[in-house]
Ligand binder design. Structure first.
Ligand SMILES: Nc1ncnc2c1ncn2[C@@H]1O[C@H](COP(=O)(O)OP(=O)(O)O)[C@@H](O)[C@H]1O
Ligand SMILES: [Mg+2]
Length: 349
């Protein structure tokens, strides 16, 4: 069955968009008044690497916009079902921040949301690469980029944006994420072929999968993740959601956002900086610059940070790391310490 047929099976009333169906795409753009009625499509292209959704850049005679469609599966792993309504969460996030001038500097403006077709239209931020280059040896993020990133989450976590009672719970997507962050990576029989990623990685993962004390410490972290809390968070604050263009750092892809714990965003961010081997001085800077919201729990931050390191190394959602087995093993051990000691000192070893 083609992806389009599969899509129609789940969502018969919705338009399926891709690079090959430009007439349907044009119709959708007109219907939503996202482009002037006189415009024609000049080109469509993939704007960059994505994970969960179908994303394209469409250029017309007068404009260029980015179109994002969520489908009932994970775009990169079509065998994994995912709630198609996640795009509505992303749309809500962009709508909520659109009244706050601070965010204009960092996020694309929302052009429109087509609920029926699960399509979001965003301002095109132009040619920009995501920051996953940071994992490469000898490449790093400049101080001003790190300052932008930490400034962004500080502002978000301390703002009164959104209203907890009306913001989507994002429960289905959180459950999916919870499974891949807090559960699967630590199951001995999870079926991931880690040796295909790096010979020896499977053996390196076993002591952690067999460590019952470690696992007992991870369960409550997962429970906290699943609950609703006071703070609107981005929910996927890692280099794949950070774009670097001509005018500096931009932040995209808030589909995992929810009212949760600020510690999750900061923990994930620090985990990735550590896996990217960003120097200790810069890590210290980030922790100093971050404006902790009221009730910030450092132990929780350490736990989330440790779990994120582990799940990225021994879980399914792998990244283009430039790390040998020894370095990965050291990171796993560091992550274990973060989770068990609940102190941030291992980050600076
Ligand atoms: N508004 C935008 N302007 C320019 N490029 C974008 C924009 N939104 C996304 N992109 C590019 O498309 C890629 C995939 O988009 P993203 O929102 O991360 O999709 P996914 O949810 O599938 O991960 C990004 O890494 C980026 O390169
Ligand atoms: Mg993405």
């Amino acid at each position: 069955m083609s992806p389009k047929e599969n899509f129609k099976r789940f969502l018969p009333e919705s338009v399926y968009i891709d690079f090959d169906h430009q007439e349907e795409l044009l119709e959708l753009l007109y219907q939503n008044s996202w482009i002037p009625a006189s415009d024609k499509i000049v080109s469509v292209e993939k704007p960059g690497e994505g994970n969960m959704n179908f994303v394209l850049r469409v250029k017309t005679n007068s404009t260029s916009i980015v179109i994002k469609q969520s489908r009932p599966w994970v775009e990169k792993y079509p065998q994994i079902p995912a709630p198609e309504n996640r795009i509505a969460v992303e749309a809500t996030f962009y709508q909520e921040i659109s009244n706050d001038n601070f965010f204009h500097r960092y996020c694309p403006a929302i052009i429109g949301f087509d609920k029926k077709n699960y399509v979001l239209a965003l301002e095109d931020l132009g040619e920009a690469t995501d920051c996953t280059f940071v994992y490469k040896k000898n490449s790093t993020l400049e101080d001003k980029d790190l300052e932008s990133l930490v400034g962004f989450i500080s502002h978000l976590h301390n703002s009164s944006i959104g209203y907890r009672k009306t913001f989507p719970e994002n429960a289905e997507l959180k459950i999916l994420n919870h499974t891949h962050i807090f559960k699967y990576p630590f199951q001995e029989d999870n079926g991931f072929t880690l040796d295909a990623i790096q010979p020896g990685l499977q053996a390196a993962s076993i002591p952690y999968k067999k460590n019952s004390i470690l696992k007992e410490n991870i369960v409550p972290l997962g429970d906290v993740y699943l609950q609703t809390h006071q703070t609107l968070i981005h929910g996927d604050f890692y280099p794949g959601s950070w774009l670097r263009g001509k005018t500096g750092i931009k932040i995209i892809d808030p589909e995992f956002s929810h009212f949760g714990r600020a510690e999750f965003d900061l923990g994930v961010m620090m985990a990735h900086l550590k896996m990217a081997q960003v120097e200790s001085r810069a890590l210290t800077n980030v922790l100093e610059l971050y404006g902790r919201p009221q009730g910030f729990d450092n132990q929780l931050f350490c736990g989330f940070c440790g779990v994120e390191i582990m799940r990225r190394i021994i879980g399914l959602a792998q990244l283009p790391f430039d790390l040998n087995l020894k370095e990965k093993s050291a990171l796993l051990e560091l992550a274990r310490q973060l989770i068990i000691t609940k102190k941030e000192t291992p980050l600076f070893k």
